[in-house]
Design a protein around this ligand. Structure first.
Ligand code: IPM
Ligand code: MG
Length: 357
């Protein structure tokens, strides 16, 4: 059956990097992969065209798609807007609207790029961590929220950190399912020494693993320590499972261990296996329009899409291998450039991957 993929280029470098990923999808379609691409608006560009960062038509197309490929959203142009219509709300609305509670953020160091890391090669060589971030709950979505005026006339901002047991159970299961295919070790990150909500998180995580995943070695870590351990000795981790906000922060730290945030893809999955795939980096307004962005994170997001939503693991392996081959050839975009390598632009990198495919 034909699989439908919704393409959402978004803002900033989004359209540039997505164009390279679409070249890869077009090539695969030409070779017989049964997919059909649609395109929609999201983020600041959607706001400019329609007055909202997530038009109803986009959400509808996303619901009907087997998978969504998203570039990036946001930029300084839209920062003055009310928070309710900022580009980021388009992304959060897609996550919530599709129920994409499980966000997989792999941090892999390609040996060819070991010099690009700010840490010594021995600390990061062979790094392969999977961060599983809860994506539709916690403080990002908790109610009540807002800014209120107190009796004293002073304003007070407030947000709510909430997790129901079922939300903790399903994300822990998601992390364990992945760990079973890897090193079978899960580290659950919380702030159980201070926050009741994550005290419950720890209790539920412990129960789920004990009852359902006896083969998994579960450990717990406070988030401040986890941040430190990620920098100190990142290879101690296999799978990390954590809340929405802690995952947001730790995944940026983990990404930087690998040298360039321009290399890392992500998958956000719901209970039906439907997924949204995007590079973990942002819209990079500073280089937008220059054609120099690194499209590899987006191309690797296509690989994750094939693996997790389209049941095409062998094709995903081919893309991963093509990326490795391109790195072996010494082809580099500016963000990962080093002495003796060949610098290319965004389209040049896309072409190199196609050639390697
Ligand atoms: C991410 C981003 C988003 C988040 C923003 C753009 C809303 O930082 O995907 O990590 O905070 O989740
Ligand atoms: Mg983030």
């Amino acid at each position: 059956m034909t699989k439908r993929v919704l393409i959402l280029p978004g803002d900033g470098i989004g359209p540039e990097i997505v164009a390279e990923a679409v070249k890869v999808l077009d090539r695969l379609a030409g070779e017989g992969l049964d997919i059909e691409l649609d395109e929609g608006l999201v983020g600041g560009s959607a706001y400019d065209a329609t007055g909202t960062p997530l038009p109803e038509s986009t959400l509808q197309m996303a619901r009907e798609a087997d998978a969504v490929l998203l570039g990036a959203v946001g930029g300084p142009k839209w920062e003055p807007l009310d928070i309710a219509v900022r580009p980021e709300k388009g992304l959060l609305g897609l996550r919530a609207g599709l129920g994409l509670f499980s966000n997989l953020r792999p941090a892999i160091l390609y040996p060819q790029l070991a010099n690009a890391s700010s840490l010594r090669a021995e600390i990061v060589a062979g790094l392969d961590i999977m961060i599983v971030r809860e994506l539709t709950g916690g403080i990002y979505f908790g109610q009540p929220r807002g800014v209120r005026t107190l009796e004293t006339g002073e304003r007070q901002g407030f947000n709510t950190l909430v997790y129901a047991e079922h939300e903790i159970e399903r994300i822990v299961r998601s992390a364990c399912d992945i760990a079973m295919k890897r090193g079978r070790r899960v580290c659950s990150v919380d702030k159980a020494n201070v926050l009741e909500c994550t005290e419950l998180w720890r209790e539920v995580a412990t129960r789920v693993v004990k009852q359902e995943y006896p083969e998994i070695e579960l450990s717990h870590m406070y988030v401040d320590n986890a941040a430190m351990q990620l920098i100190k000795w990142p290879k101690q981790f296999d799978v990390i499972v954590t809340t929405n906000m802690f995952g947001d922060i730790l995944s940026d730290a983990a990404a930087m261990l690998t040298g360039s945030i321009g290399m890392l893809p992500s998958a956000s999955l719901n209970a039906k296996g439907q997924g949204m795939y995007e590079p973990i980096h942002g819209s990079a307004p500073d280089i937008a329009g220059k054609g120099v962005a690194n499209p590899l994170a987006t191309i690797l997001s296509v690989s994750m899409m094939l693996r997790y939503s389209l049941d095409e693991a062998a094709t995903a392996d081919r893309i991963d291998a093509a990326v490795v081959e391109v790195l072996d050839q010494g082809v580099r975009t500016p963000d990962i450039m080093s002495d003796g390598m060949t610098e290319v632009d965004c389209a040049g990198m896309g072409d190199a991957v196609l050639a390697a495919l």
